[in-house]
Design a protein. Structure first.
Length: 239
């Protein structure tokens, strides 16, 4: 009986020790900075699908990362994001691109088959770098724009931002990160609208050229054989 009690006591002690060393997250933060930039009148036929952003390995959790030595990546103990940063980018991109006033519709994954273009994004880096004074937020995202009908890549870009933190604290990094997402969504809006305009202009010019060639082929009379050649050949036959 004494041995059983001792084992139980040891198990309880280990359990309580494990609970004691687990540090709870005290502060949770979100990314909600987005662009209100207006980029033109609504296009009657262009719709855009925004797929759910992805993240490279290491940036797929709610942890808030920082750098204090080269090549070293650590996470704050008492501070975290309310969700993974990549997931928080989706509503910011939707609102920003809707605010441009350019698109007939901005949709997400369930409407994938009905959109003209697709925007894919991948979070490459989001961290507070204390090697700089003041510390800076490093925010890197890859964006790819695709024409959905033929799965043709229109353009791609890596957006690399560095924003100074107002204070060298986790909350200072949060403020800078939200400034970064505001700038990022403005750059993405410019990128998407500019390249869709170029693609549409290319299609219009191509259609006009095809129509012009078709009209010329339809209106031109069929070619006739050269009369002189025909006469010469006949004379040769008589000889």
């Amino acid at each position: 009986m004494n041995k059983i009690n001792l084992v139980v006591l040891l198990i309880v002690q280990l359990f309580l020790t494990g609970c004691a060393v687990k540090t709870p997250v005290v502060n949770q933060y979100k990314l909600d900075g987005f662009s209100n930039k207006h980029l033109g009148n609504r296009h009657a036929s262009v719709s855009l699908l925004i797929s759910e952003p992805e993240a490279v390995a290491g940036y797929q959790t709610e942890q808030m990362y920082y750098v204090k030595k080269p090549f070293g990546l650590s996470s704050f103990v008492h501070n975290a994001w309310v969700s993974s940063p990549a997931k928080m980018l989706l509503p910011l991109l939707i609102q920003s691109l809707q605010n441009t006033g350019y698109f007939y519709a901005v949709v997400t994954t369930p409407y994938a088959n009905k959109a003209d273009y697709r925007l894919d994004t991948q979070l490459v880096e989001l961290q507070q770098n204390f090697l700089c004074k003041p510390s800076v937020i490093q925010f890197v995202v890859k964006v790819v724009l695709t024409h959905t009908e033929d799965d043709r890549v229109i353009a791609s870009r890596i957006i690399n931002l560095r924003v100074n933190c107002p204070q060298d604290t986790p909350y200072g990094g949060v403020i800078a990160a939200n400034q970064a997402t505001t700038t990022f969504t403005a750059l993405v809006s410019d990128f998407v609208v500019t390249h869709i305009n170029r693609d549409n202009q290319h299609h219009v010019m191509l259609s006009q050229a095809i129509a012009k060639n078709s009209k010329r082929l339809y209106n031109d009379p069929p070619s006739r054989p050269d009369k002189n050649i025909y006469t010469k050949n006949n004379k040769g036959d008589k000889g």
